[in-house]
Design a protein around this ligand. Structure first.
Ligand SMILES: Nc1nc2c(ncn2[C@@H]2O[C@H](COP(=O)(O)OP(=O)(O)OP(=O)(O)O)[C@@H](O)[C@H]2O)c(=O)[nH]1
Length: 333
């Protein structure tokens, strides 16, 4: 999908899109606009064929069909915001500005017309020109009303675009999170790592709950899930806004500590470890406490020329050593 339209050609296409939609009496909502914009830019033969067939069979076009096209051709596009919403929003902004300018012109024309009307009222031909004056007057009023209705519609659409953009942002954010703990998942981790400046010192901490299987076996999966959630919350409570925690799956976590050496990372990991041993989880039905929870942690620092995969591997080796050293401890490599 080509997103490199030049500004003038994009504006021209946008105007044609609005015209096309209004010919078929279809509202210029973001989805309708996007589909027709791409239809008119003739970028997808298959999509154009489907639309052409539909129009020739039905002699009309409707929002339900356009939405089905949107779902089929565009909704999975990673670039949906860049491709649709941003150009659409830009076009809307410039159309609203144009309308505002025209409205000011319209007011000026009405004022001038009223002046001319007053002059005419004193002339000999006032009566014979009266029907013409009335006609121009009512045309002006109609056009002003249409202007304000259109401006109102466009404002509404503008708000809708912004709403869709925030929904898109929210669903992207959701796709980056692990549903059990709310921590980042693997995909979220990859995204977050892109934000880190690699010239700085960063550290990673690999964390694993000790003998976790026993919680599942002795108390069931639901309690096991609760243990994972409490550990996740405790990790989050001990890291700053620049850092982030990831659950890769099971009872394994990775914490990325921005701008921190491995010694600083060890201090944080120790605090997390101690806080977790102090957790008290009560079983609701029997009012008894679960056995204490402990974690093992492995710490590694991002070195120049390394990549995150290898840093995580070093942290995992350190974790392995912590497990072999008897668990409930932190090892730095
Ligand atoms: N409740 C729950 N259990 C899970 C989840 N994902 C994986 N598990 C279980 O986590 C357990 C992981 O066990 P192991 O990795 O063998 O850990 P362990 O041997 O108990 O403990 P260590 O040797 O100390 O690591 C397995 O029994 C999995 O079934 C989950 O989302 N929820």
């Amino acid at each position: 999908m080509n997103t490199q339209d030049t500004y003038p050609s994009a504006v021209k296409l946008s105007e044609e899109t609005i015209k096309f939609l209004s010919n078929y009496e279809v509202a210029p909502t973001p989805i309708n606009f996007s589909v027709i914009y791409y239809y008119l830019s003739k970028k997808d033969e298959k999509m154009n064929l489907l639309l052409d067939e539909y129009i020739s069979w039905n002699g009309s076009l409707d929002a339900v069909f356009i939405e089905s096209i949107f779902l089929e051709f565009f909704s999975n596009s990673e670039d949906v915001e860049k491709v649709f919403f941003t150009p659409f929003e830009n076009t809307l902004t410039s159309t609203i500005e144009q309308l505002e300018r025209q409205a000011i012109n319209g007011e000026q024309i009405t004022k001038n017309f009223k002046k001319a009307d007053r002059v005419l009222a004193n002339s000999d031909q006032a009566n014979s020109l009266k029907p013409l004056v009335n006609f121009i007057n009512s045309t002006l009023i109609d056009s002003q009303q249409q202007h304000s209705e259109l401006a109102c519609e466009l404002e509404k659409t503008y708000k809708q675009v912004n709403q869709l953009k925030s929904q898109l942002k929210a669903s992207r954010e959701e796709a980056m999170r692990d549903s059990l703990t709310g921590l980042y998942n693997r995909r979220g981790c990859e995204e977050k790592l892109k934000d880190l400046t690699l010239e700085s010192t960063h550290s990673s901490v690999s964390i694993d709950i000790d003998h976790f299987k026993k919680f599942n076996d002795d108390f069931g999966h639901t309690i096991g899930d609760k243990v994972i959630q409490r550990v996740a919350t405790t990790i989050e409570e001990h890291i700053s806004a620049d850092d982030f925690a990831v659950r890769f799956g099971g009872e394994e976590f990775m914490v990325v500590l921005a701008n921190k050496t491995k010694e600083e990372a060890r201090n944080i990991a120790e605090k997390i470890r101690i806080a977790i041993t102090n957790l008290k989880l009560k079983k609701k039905n029997s009012n008894t406490y679960l056995p204490s929870i402990s974690i093992s942690a492995g710490i590694a620092e991002y070195q120049e020329y390394q990549n995150w995969k290898s840093v995580f591997e070093v942290a995992d080796s350190a974790l392995y050593q912590a497990k072999h050293a008897g668990r409930n401890c932190c090892v730095v490599l």
